[in-house]
Design a protein around this ligand. Structure first.
Ligand SMILES: *Cc1c(COP(=O)(O)O)cnc(C)c1O
Length: 221
């Protein structure tokens, strides 16, 4: 049982190296976020012991329960919030996370605009784009993206680092990655959080700077 997550990590790393070579990109241009949601500290420690230091969680409460102890035990660990964030949890999120990938509405921007300066921490923000315009999915509609990104800066005083997307499960991801990259480019944003276990190599081809990989490392949830 020991080592299986480390084996998964090694396999994902090899695939990232291959995808970077194919896309003529430096390996250092892609950050692997190991998505540890639903997995217990024990499993996460094995991945930390294998050297991984960037992790993703999709719920504030779950992360709060698992991570403070691990962060203390493994210095320089970076935590990314990749799931939806309620405005009333913005303060807790700002205390725990180094990046938030799910900025997608005014009420959250308003909360972050108040909480982030007071937190004294530097937190990287990504605007989530609902590239598939799915009603059940979070994120800003593509046609509203430019105005929303401008409002983040001008109205809420937030520095946006990049964009995040989650393509519809039943569609080819490439057009969604391309759309996300196009919106980022025309808004002068350099970071792209896209690609999961099934499609991170494709995402790298389309310019992903952050891939969020869970089950390929930790196993099935
Ligand atoms: C769970 C999750 C992932 C990781 O998914 P896998 O398919 O397990 O790699 C990536 N991004 C988000 C937003 C998630 O919620």
């Amino acid at each position: 049982m020991t080592g299986s997550a480390a084996d998964g990590l090694a396999a994902v790393e090899a695939e990232i190296v291959r995808a970077c070579r194919e896309a003529r990109r430096e390996r250092s241009s892609v950050t692997l976020i190991a998505v540890s949601k639903t997995f217990e500290a024990e499993a996460i420690r094995r991945v930390l012991d294998a050297g991984q230091r960037v992790f993703g969680e999709n719920r504030v409460q779950e992360a709060k329960a698992k991570w403070p102890e691990l962060v203390a035990a493994y210095p320089k660990t970076e935590l990314h919030l990749i799931g939806p964030l309620q405005s009333n949890k913005a303060k807790e999120a700002a205390a725990l996370f180094d990046a938030i990938h799910s900025v997608d509405r005014d009420s959250l921007c308003e909360a972050l605009g108040k909480v982030l300066p007071a937190s004294g921490r530097s937190i990287e923000l990504f605007v989530q784009i609902n590239t598939g315009e799915e009603s059940q999915k979070a994120g800003v509609a593509p046609q509203d993206a430019d105005a929303f990104i401008a409002a983040c800066r001008d109205r809420w005083g937030l520095t946006i680092a990049g964009l995040m997307c989650i393509p519809p499960v039943d569609e080819a991801p490439a057009p969604h990655f391309a759309l996300c990259a196009k919106i980022a480019k025309r808004n002068g944003l350099s970071k792209l959080s896209m690609g999961m276990s099934a499609d991170f190599a494709t995402a790298i081809q389309f310019g992903a700077t952050h891939v969020r990989v869970g089950s390929a490392i930790f196993g099935h949830r």
